[in-house]
Ligand binder design. Structure first.
Ligand code: AMP
Length: 359
């Protein structure tokens, strides 16, 4: 018997990740209710309850209406995450939302990371440079996403404008690495401690925004290395749900860049490419259901940035799977994605060019 059927999952947030969680919930009989604002895109498939996500009592009231709560973004005030039935737990989200805690945790768990040092005041920068050297990247500790909250520094005099540009908030400075490519690993851990992994995915960014993910990134030694790292992180955090880690690949080494305590853009291809998608497996994990099979087929995902391509164009290609989040066009905004079987490489190249022209 499936004990979790009919469970009510509350998502803090009602954007596209919540939307795709809600779609997955329909397949497995889990009701997804989102805390957001009227007009948020998850409203096309799920109930969206108006909640002020910065107000602990508002969030607590929402949490009482559901069996279990989860997040679609790590950028959420830690104060609102206490005292609710939350998966992944508040500590894990707290580590993932602060680049300094995250990098220290990577080191404790034996993962390689770029050299880094905290910068709380301009005076710290001189000491930090002794650790990282130049060129370096100044990154805000909190609220960084899609390349926001970071500035590259090539010479010492570049620090003052970078510090001003980031708003003089607590930062870390990181040594700039040379790497071959970027990959991510998505893992899921159930309440019983069972762990499953998807294949490594190769990710391509432009202007700090993910443009393309290609699955799988076939390298059995790196896959094994990444799975070992994720297992250590998941167990160290007593984690339940989907966890994503982004790595730089340098030769035979993986260098951890950041982790996301949630379903991830580089795993959207799993909706059509895997027996159980990242969204389904996240719900299964947090509802205490057995994890679904992560058996996967080669797929490519292209993000649609700013606006969706016209529907009359995409419908000419039945082999192209269109996901429109129903968002208003806006510069640098993820409004949807296209997924293709990897055998459609020529079609992917054509659509990649079209999407790049419009973003
Ligand atoms: P992040 O927000 O940390 O994921 O950074 C966005 C992008 O900046 C990454 O996907 C990399 O392409 C690049 N990047 C971040 N950190 C470094 C680093 N230490 N060295 C070189 N490139 C980096």
């Amino acid at each position: 018997m499936n004990v979790a059927k009919g469970m009510r999952v509350g998502v803090l947030g009602a954007g596209q990740l919540a939307l795709m969680l809600a779609e997955a919930g329909k397949h497995i009989g889990v009701d997804v209710i989102c805390a957001g604002q009227p007009g948020d895109c998850a409203a096309s498939v799920a109930t969206v309850v108006p909640v002020n996500l910065e107000d602990a009592s508002d969030v607590a009231k929402f949490a009482k209406q559901v069996d279990v709560v989860t997040v679609e973004s790590e950028n959420i005030q830690p104060e609102v995450l206490t005292g609710i039935n939350l998966f992944p737990n508040a500590h894990a989200i707290g580590v993932a939302q602060d680049r300094l805690l995250e990098k220290r945790f990577f080191q404790e768990c034996g993962l390689e990371a770029a050299p880094f040092a905290p910068v709380d005041t301009p005076a710290d920068f001189v000491l930090a440079l002794a650790v990282t050297g130049l060129p370096a990247i100044l990154k805000t500790r909190r609220m960084g996403y899609d390349g926001k909250g970071q500035v590259r520094i090539y010479e010492r005099k570049g620090f003052a404008p970078a510090w001003d540009q980031l708003g003089k908030v607590p930062c870390i400075v990181e040594g700039m690495l040379h790497f071959d490519t970027e990959v991510s690993l998505i893992a899921v851990r159930g309440k019983d401690g069972a762990v499953a992994f998807y294949p490594l995915v190769e990710n391509f960014h432009r202007d700090g925004i993910l443009r393309k993910s290609v699955a799988p990134f076939l390298n059995s030694s790196l896959q094994q290395q990444a799975e070992g790292y994720l297992r250590t992180l998941l167990e160290g955090l007593d984690y339940v749900g989907v966890l994503t880690v982004e790595f730089f690949v340098a030769g035979n080494c993986l260098i951890a860049n950041e982790m996301a305590p949630r379903v991830h853009n580089s795993g959207h291809w799993t909706i059509e490419g895997s027996d159980s998608s990242q969204f389904e497996n996240h719900l299964r994990a947090i509802c205490g259901m057995p994890l679904g099979n992560t058996q996967s087929r080669p797929m490519i995902m292209l993000n649609c940035i700013r606006e969706m391509p016209p529907e009359q164009d995409t419908k000419l290609f039945p082999e192209l799977l269109r996901h429109d989040y129903g968002k208003e066009p806006r510069a640098a905004r993820k409004v949807g994605h296209l997924t293709f079987a990897a055998t459609e490489a020529r079609l992917v190249a054509e659509w990649q060019q079209r999407l790049e022209r419009s973003s």
